[in-house]
Design a binder for this molecule. Structure first.
Ligand SMILES: *Cc1c(COP(=O)(O)O)cnc(C)c1O
Length: 217
């Protein structure tokens, strides 16, 4: 059933758009159903859960950390993480750079932008983001390769579209000076079709693949 949901979803996603299967709270046998169907990109948002799944599962899985990352936990995931989506401060980015250097790695990161009208989400304002972009060349062990964002939790399509567009507009304004910013991670189960239309290059989708989670996260 999971493999069927995954392949139905993949059929709807254009070439050039990456699907991150968000497996948080879901058991490893369900991840393996996707893995056996050929899928390799999985997203988790709790460090401990990611660590135990990474230890247990095949080593060619590309693990995306999509949650809110605390600086003191960075060192736990830098040895293997494929992409850290939710970087929302220079302090955090510097810690990732430091830990990546210790591991002899360059770790790919996305800066999380605050685009929603709601107050509850993490993320940088466009101005704060630009300040970080200005000092990127001092950090040798991180590769800031794009942006991540979440739209408001609303069924109003126009609001979601407007929020996604604000990210696209911002990206347009910085991509000439920062051509490495190629990944635009936005779009979840409820809004991925709008996200594709608005130019997402990376979707993070959980419940459409694995079913609804037993507890909200
Ligand atoms: C849980 C989560 C998702 C996936 O949500 P679904 O609605 O299950 O698709 C995407 N991004 C982040 C940051 C998440 O925490």
């Amino acid at each position: 059933m999971i493999a069927k949901a995954l392949s139905d979803l993949l059929a709807e996603i254009p070439k050039g758009v990456t699907l991150v299967a968000v497996s948080k709270t879901k058991p490893t046998d369900q991840i393996m159903e996707c893995y056996d169907a050929g899928h390799r990109d999985f997203g988790e948002n709790y460090v401990q859960e990611l660590l135990s799944k990474q230890a247990e599962l095949p080593k060619d899985i590309r693990w995306h950390f999509i949650g809110h990352l605390q600086s003191n936990k960075v060192k736990l995931i830098t040895p293997f993480v494929h992409l850290i989506h939710g970087v929302d401060s220079l302090k955090l980015l510097k810690e990732i750079d430091k830990q990546a250097a210790k591991n002899g790695r360059v770790v790919s990161c996305l800066l999380q932008l605050y685009i929603a009208q709601e107050e509850t989400k993490f993320g940088l304002s466009f101005d704060e983001c630009s300040e970080i972009l200005n000092v990127l060349n001092t950090l040798k062990n991180v590769n800031v390769s794009g942006f991540m964002a979440m739209a408001s939790n609303t069924s109003d399509e126009a609001t979601i579209r407007t929020e996604f567009r604000s990210l696209i507009t911002y990206h347009r304004s910085v991509k000439a000076t920062h051509p490495q910013l190629k990944i635009l991670s936005f779009g979840m189960s409820s809004d991925f079709r709008i996200a594709i239309e608005e130019g997402s290059t990376m979707l993070r989708i959980g419940s459409l693949i694995f079913g609804v989670r037993n507890y909200p996260q």
